[in-house]
Design a binder for this molecule. Structure first.
Ligand SMILES: [Zn+2]
Ligand SMILES: [Zn+2]
Length: 251
């Protein structure tokens, strides 16, 4: 299995990262896409990649930190470009409003252009901003990527798919309160779906409130299997193929 969105350099993993990776491997998760919240994290991410196999790097600046974008971010990305499988996470977050909407959009656009220039998929974070995210992706004609930690409806998922974007489900789809999200997930073809944890955040229902980790992704896979009326193995097989195809992985 592949965790398509894991923040493994997070401080809360520092004391026991080896056990966390060990538990992931025991659970069958053998590869991880590691997104950035800021390009300055790349150094730490690269160090982690050297310690553990199959950690694939993405570079970007999170919409909640968009005000921290500087020219140096271009340099970081340039420096690491041969080691990257994606650009992000980037996007729009109108829920947290940590950063002015105009700045978020400007920094999102810059990263759309970098992704196109480097021919890399874009990892998009979108919270309460589906219409604007769609508009920017269309205007920037970005052709491939993933809507990570998806909380939108099936109609938007289809519009993002038209642009070449997969829909990735995290622990959010397992929450008791997420009945509507599961109804939407059931309508989204499995060929468009990826699985992720977004750890250390958003632990699935059985561990809700705790630190999330890649091994918990099994619960996400189980819920998708239930709503799609497919076997766990089938969901695993297809989502691994989707993830490998999007990020050009050989795992
Ligand atoms: Zn995110
Ligand atoms: Zn994230």
């Amino acid at each position: 299995m592949i965790d398509s969105h894991a923040h493994l350099i997070w401080e809360s993993f520092e004391p026991d990262i080896e056990e966390v990776i060990e538990r992931a491997h025991s659970a069958g998760i053998s590869a991880f896409i590691h997104p950035c919240v800021h390009t300055r994290d790349l150094l730490k991410m690269e160090a982690l990649q050297k310690r553990f196999p199959n950690i694939f790097l993405s570079a970007g600046v999170h919409p909640c930190d968009a005000q921290e974008w500087t020219d140096e971010c271009f340099d970081h990305i340039e420096q690491y470009k041969d080691k990257l499988v994606a650009i992000g996470e980037t996007g729009l977050d109108f829920y947290h409003k940590d950063c002015a909407v105009e700045i978020q959009e400007e920094v999102f656009r810059r990263q759309c252009r970098i992704a196109k220039e480097l021919n890399l998929p874009l990892i998009v974070h979108c919270r309460d901003a589906f219409e604007d995210t769609l508009r920017v992706l269309r205007e920037e004609s970005v052709g491939k990527g993933v809507m990570h930690c998806y909380t939108g409806n099936a109609e938007y998922s289809a519009k993002f798919w038209e642009l070449g974007f997969y829909t990735s489900f995290s622990g959010c789809v397992t929450f008791k309160s997420a009945g509507q999200l599961r109804i939407d997930a059931a309508k989204i073809p499995i060929e468009r779906i990826l699985l992720e944890t977004d750890c250390p955040f958003l632990a699935p229902q059985k561990n809700r409130g705790k630190r999330n980790e890649p091994s918990f992704m099994l619960e996400v896979c189980e819920v998708i299997a239930q709503v799609k009326d497919l076997s766990f193995d089938k969901v695993n097989e297809i989502t691994v193929a989707n993830t490998s195809k999007l990020f050009g992985l050989n795992v």
